[in-house]
Design a protein around this ligand. Structure first.
Ligand SMILES: *Cc1c(COP(=O)(O)O)cnc(C)c1O
Length: 324
């Protein structure tokens, strides 16, 4: 992973959250970490419910607005943690621009690269200091392991993280390490197929009259398209979309045959999830609606099955969900 992400050292953890927790332990009471408003829910939760109790503060910023970000970087801020594209609307953040601003302010840039993997996007080359992964997703790739990774660009900072990992013990077990290495060996071919499927599905959804909107940074009219193209190989493989009002999303989920309803992502089998009641259920409805996570939003993690089979499954489920 050190080689793939291009850092000074890489560390394997028992889960993505263990990696994130160890990285956050680089900071101390009185420090403040900024996170972008759409980071993984567990990242917000560990800061808000755990680190806060130890005096590490967290602030939420809209990282698509660099002026707002700059204004939020007060004297106690030590780092900014971002994801791109971010869940569930696949919002793109300009990693190089955020990292340049952070560097100017003397703070660290941490990028959770779970959705893209180093095959599609390499944040350290864009100026970030630390990359974290939930290897449970694409890196493992087969929905049969839980693991996390951190890669650090600077050797001195890597030494501090090595100490923390040893001191706190969230290491990856040997069998999971074996499974993860096996997964990474096929990362490139799997990602090529995941992306190919996502591109075909996104284009098909965009042209489907039952679909109200599609969020996929690989589509030319997506608001994140241009920035994503600069910093990543392609749009990745995660898609979100909403059906029009006369379609019932509950019936849609119930009617899927090949695609499974589940929260995870990045495995060889296609998964669909309902952010409003699953991944983003802890966000109050008012706030969810304000940021575009409508009740009928559907998130899709296309696997490596035949695109035609996936599109046929989506098509029959959409048709079944049309209200009379
Ligand atoms: C799943 C996920 C995590 C947490 O990883 P675990 O391995 O489940 O602990 C962190 N960040 C992102 C973006 C994720 O999707």
């Amino acid at each position: 992973m050190r080689e793939l992400e291009g850092g000074a050292a890489g560390f394997a953890f028992a889960s993505g959250m263990a990696a994130i927790t160890a990285v956050l332990q680089l900071f101390r009471a009185g420090d403040r970490v900024l996170i972008s408003s759409n980071v993984y829910g567990g990242t917000y939760r560990v800061l808000d419910k755990v680190f806060q109790r130890f005096g590490l503060d967290c602030g939420i910023v809209d990282t698509s607005d660099l002026d707002a970000l700059e204004a939020a970087i007060t004297g106690d801020v030590r780092a900014i943690l971002i994801e791109s594209p971010a869940n569930p609307l696949m919002t793109v953040t300009d990693i190089a621009a955020v990292a340049a601003l952070a560097k100017r302010k003397g703070i660290l840039t941490i990028v959770d690269n779970t959705f893209m993997t180093p095959y599609l996007q390499r944040p350290l080359a864009l100026g970030a200091d630390i990359v974290i992964h939930s290897a449970t997703k694409y890196l493992g790739g087969h929905s049969d392991l839980v693991a996390g990774l951190a890669v650090v660009k600077d050797a001195a900072l890597a030494g501090r993280l090595a100490f923390l990992q040893n001191a706190t013990g969230g290491v990856l077990g040997p069998f999971d390490a074996f499974l993860l290495i096996r997964g990474i060996k096929t990362l490139a071919v799997r990602m090529d197929r995941h992306v190919e499927n996502a591109e075909q599905i996104a284009a098909w959804l965009a042209g489907n009259e039952a679909v109200a909107r599609v969020h996929y940074p690989g589509l030319k009219d997506d608001p994140g398209y241009a920035v994503n193209r600069r910093q990543a190989k392609n749009g990745g493989a995660m898609i979100a979309f909403a059906l029009k009002d006369d379609y019932d999303y509950r019936t849609f989920f119930k009617s899927l045959k090949l695609i499974s309803l589940a929260e995870s992502l990045g495995g060889v089998e296609s998964l669909a999830c309902h952010p409003a009641t699953m991944t983003h259920a802890s966000i109050p409805r008012e706030l969810r609606l304000k940021v575009g996570i409508s009740d009928n939003l559907i998130r899709l993690s296309p696997g490596i099955e035949a695109a035609e089979d996936l599109i046929n499954d989506l098509d029959q489920a959409i048709k079944a969900s049309k209200e009379a």
